[in-house]
Structures are given as structure tokens and as C-alpha cells.
Design a protein around this ligand. Sequence first.
Ligand code: URP
Ligand code: ZN
Ligand code: ZN
Length: 480
Amino acid sequence: MAEFDLVVRGGTVVTGADTVRADIGIRGGKIAAIADRLGGPNEIDAGGLLVLPGGVDTHCHIEQLREDGTADEETWASGSASCLAGGTTSVVTFSTQFKGHGILEPLADYRRRAKHSLVDYSFHQVITDATDEVIFKEIPQVVAEGIRSLKVFLTYDPLHLDDRSYLRVLAAARRNGALVTVHCENYEAIGWRTEALLAAGHTSAKYHSWSRPSIIEREATHRAIALAEMVDQPIQVFHVSCAEVAEEIARAQYRGLKVWAETCTQYFVLTAQDQDRPGFEGAKYMCSPSPRDAAEHARMWDVIRRGTIDVVSSDHSGWCYEGTRGKRMNGSDVSFRDIPNGVPGLAARLPVMFSEGVSKGRIDINHFVRLTATNPAKLFGLPGKGSIAVGYDADLALWDAGKKVTIDNATMQQAIDYTPYDGLDVTGWPVATLLRGQVAMRDGRVQAEPGSGRFLARAPYDLIKPRGVLPDGFDASAWA
Ligand code: URP
Ligand code: ZN
Ligand code: ZN
């Protein structure tokens, strides 16, 4: 019997720490050996290529359930194929709650849908209604099933939680050993500004960013951190859009709090001015928080280099541009308030960040791997993912660092009918993606079958344990 099922020969292996010339021997879906020279009957030639850990995208919306019983237009089969096209092998997506309902039923439905995935997957549990039943009965059950992160929105109708409900979720997470992820924008301030903008006749897509300036994100971030500190509960701030917000997080980190930060691809290449494109086009670039102006991109690279930001995700959203179920679901002549938020980006994430970051010399390749694979895996408790080491899953992206591609929607291989990165020139592209030792994408052709992805149940892990520091020693989370 051959020693290895497959050998990845002749590549340059890159982890979050090191870059070495080595071959990788794979057995039973796992990395069995990393050595100067390995061989076997089945080899894949990685000569001239980088061998990166498969990307880990810990914030993306795939086939997310809608309240009317349907789901987003990006299905598990299409979304996970798009992941493979872009070098990503694991995702964490969202099981939703609808106000007035519990979390168990949608979770059961969502689990059934996710069985079609071509990549490995886990979920965050969204909490939009912090009832006693959800807080004391259902969250413990869901966390015990391995869904070890909760997501809360401090804005959006009808998703947002007020501060009291947010505190209840923080306390529930502390009791049950889960991480809380937070969408930080001030709900009341956005509502007030939106009302004023509409009254002034400012209705087009470009006013989306006017309705939610960075100060609104900064305030909510500060509040989210302060309340998490009071409860002594670790959090991850999602989709940080600008340095002003990152500075709030840096201050918390400096004080030793367990506060981590995620940003997304769009905050390095899109701007608020994209929302001012003619006609309805601006809707394609509308997400929250809003991309800021072009000068912010350089400031974001600064906070990345400083280490404030741990993770870069796609925040892929499942709204098509055309049709009646996506950006135009409320019509094509509605105000910015009635256009759904979010942009697609599963396949674009690694190529855009590699090109803008590594190819343009802003970060080194190891930092790129940490941001897009190693840190997300560690922070969300996915052992065996996000790095290249003996015993790890053989999830790999074989990467041509010199390959030039102009992004269009066909290269994204997604069900969403547009990409906000259309026309962007990138240098660096995945030529093959392996999931647990199987070649799942080669030369742009996705060859994995729906259902080949596995659910990743997440066990308790030390990183997200509370610090044990309470303001006055009283642990309110034991009581409420
Ligand atoms: O605009 C965005 N980001 N839409 C997706 C949902 C969210 O806020 O994460
Ligand atoms: Zn969000
Ligand atoms: Zn999101």
C-alpha cells in the first residue's frame, strides 16, 4: 500500500509563521508528512506555486433563511462552489432567528440545506429576540450542538437588539462558553438621520453612507465593548470599516480585553462614492457599515499592519442585482432605506486581499495567511483548519502568485448575478483547491460534489474563556 494517498510536490509551503520549500504527503484526508522530498503514485505538481492553507471565511451569508420561508439566492451548492473557485475550504455562516420565534426550528431547516455544501461549514446563531426561552433554554442547546458563536445586530429593522437584550446575550454566552460577534452601528442615530435625509429629498443610493457615518459605527463599537467588559464576555467586532473604529478596538486590546476585530474585502477597494453610480447601479455597492472614502484604504492597511484586526472575511450576501428577490425586492425606484444591504464576495476575498496586500507589498504572505485562514480558524475554534501542519486537514490552495486576472462575475462562479469587484485587476490566483486531500477545484473547474462538505461542530476552547475580571466582583451573568 502506498504511504500517501496524494503528494503535493515541489511547492513553497506557506503558513502564518513560515515559508518553506517542501512536499506534503496526504493520507486519509489529513497532512501526514511535510518534508524536503516525498513521493508516491499520486502526485500533484505544485512547482512554481505557493501552497497555502485553504481559506477560512468566518462571516458569510449563504442560503440564509428569510422570514417568508424562502432563502437567499446564493444556495449552498453555488456558494460553496464559489468558495472553492477562490481557494476557500471552510465557512461559518448564519442560522437566523425571526422576532417572535425561537431558534431551533430555523436551525433544523438550515442544517438540512447546508448538507449540500461542497466545503466544510459551521454556523453562528443570530439572536434577534432575547426571550427567556431563547436565553435560558435554546442557546444552551444550540451551543451544545457545537454552534459556539452568537451574532447580534445593534442596528437594522427588525433584527436589532437594545442594550438590555444585548447584555442578556452576552451573559448567556458567558454561561455557555460561546463567543459573541457584533454588528456595531447605532440604530437610533441611523433612524434619525434617515428620517432627515428622506425629508430633505435625499433618497438615492448614495445617501446610504450619509445615513450611517463612521461616528455611528464608532459609538456602537465603544458601547459593545464597554458592555462586554462589564459582563466579562469576549466578543469579535464584525466588519470594521475604518481606522476610527479600529482605534476603539485597539484601546480595548491594549487594556487586555478579549476583543477581536474582523474587517472585509470591500473596505480595501470599494468606496462610498461607488454608491453614487448612475441609475440603480449604486445599490450594487451598498453594504453596512458603508465603505468610506478612498483615503480610508491606506488607513485600514495601517491598522492591519499594527495587528488590531485579526480576520478578513467576505461578508458575502445573497442579493442578486436583477430580479425581484434581491436588491430590487422593493422596486427599482425606492429610497436607499428600502434597498437590502450586502455585497457578494466569497471567491473574490483571497485574490483581492492577496493582490492588494501581498502583491502590492503592503503585508507579507504570512500575514495574509494569518488574516484569511489561521486567525479565523483559531478564533472560532476550528482545530485542524487554517494552517499546514502534520495532523491538520489537507485543505490547501495551490496559488499562482504571478497570475493576472481581471475579475468579472464569471470568475466568481456564484449564483449572484454581479460582483462589486467587476473590472478589478488582481495579481495572484488559486489554480487548485484541495478539501481534506481531494482535489475540489482545478484550473477554475469545480469538481467536488454537493454534500462533500462536513459540519464542523465546535467544542469548548480556551481562547474565548472569560478573563475572570468583573468590575466589582459581582457576576450578574449568574443571575440574569
Ligand atoms: O450589509 C451587510 N453587511 N449585510 C450583511 C448582513 C450584515 O450586516 O452582516
Ligand atoms: Zn453585520
Ligand atoms: Zn454579514
